[in-house]
Write a protein that binds this ligand. Sequence first.
Ligand code: SAM
Length: 318
Amino acid sequence: MTAARSRLPPLPTIREIIRLYGLRAEKHLAQNFILDLKLTDKIVRQAGSLQGSHVCEVGPGPGGITRSIINQGVKDLLVIEKDTRFIPSLEMLTEATEGRVRVACGDILRFKFENAFPGHIKKEWDDDPPNLHIIGNLPFNVSLPLMLRWLEAVAERTGPFSYGRTRMLLTFQKEVAERLTAPPGDIQRSRLSIMAQHLCDVKQCFVIPGTAFVPKPQIDVGVVHLTPLQEPEIKVPFKMVEKLVRCVFHFRRKYCKRGIETLFPLERQDLTQEVFDTSGVDPTQRPLWLTMEEFNALCLSYRNICERIPGMFAYNYR
Ligand code: SAM
């Protein structure tokens, strides 16, 4: 298919679509739209070449980003939108593209990816990423829980990642985008930084000022691109990493030893000592400064203890 043929025919502008279909942004649903197609083009370009690819767009709303995705020459675009008011205007794009746009009305948090795309696009995990991309500008109260869920799915190679190392281009509140990408020592370094960076190559592409949205939110927005890694940086099961990292960052201003202590009952503080003896990590290091290698060493020591002492992983402080 040539790039010229893949472009959309003349259509009403997004502003006209909003007026025609009466699509007022619902504040209680945290809806903020991007009407500037130069900006949506810039966002979509961060995903790399989409020519001939399969794309899943989450939360298309009135369809600004959707149009930019189509104009990149995609072969197949599945949009998943929860608010039924947007469905007729999205179906107009199905018609305009002779069926290249598939519209699903539903909640992305419940959506089953496993049969949503053809099996032949699947790639082995160690191979290059599949020709499947996820793109979305969702409300931030949805994008963060979704990200956490998808990180677990990356670890388990399920959902969107049953196709291989599916790439994601998503927007977050600027501070969350900074947490996702923060290196050791950065003030924004947090549990989210470790969980994301141990499983994905994470890049903050650029920041969109709040003024670019209609209506204008109180915040700026970071565009983040994530590619699942072939090998996770931390080589223990997701839940174990999550627990250790959560405990360590619970005391983010203290020595990292303080958080590790909470993994074990008071009377077994010899195990805290064992974690530091076997991992070689400095117990007086601050959580903010711990590197991915140090988290890996801490998690491996913790896993060894949990494997040796039945029930230890289930122990919960307080
Ligand atoms: N992508 C459009 C844009 O950039 O102009 C709309 C952005 S608006 C912030 C978020 C969109 O996601 C809305 O259309 C909203 O209805 C939709 N949405 C919210 N929660 C959703 C969910 N759980 N599943 C699917 N769509 C959702």
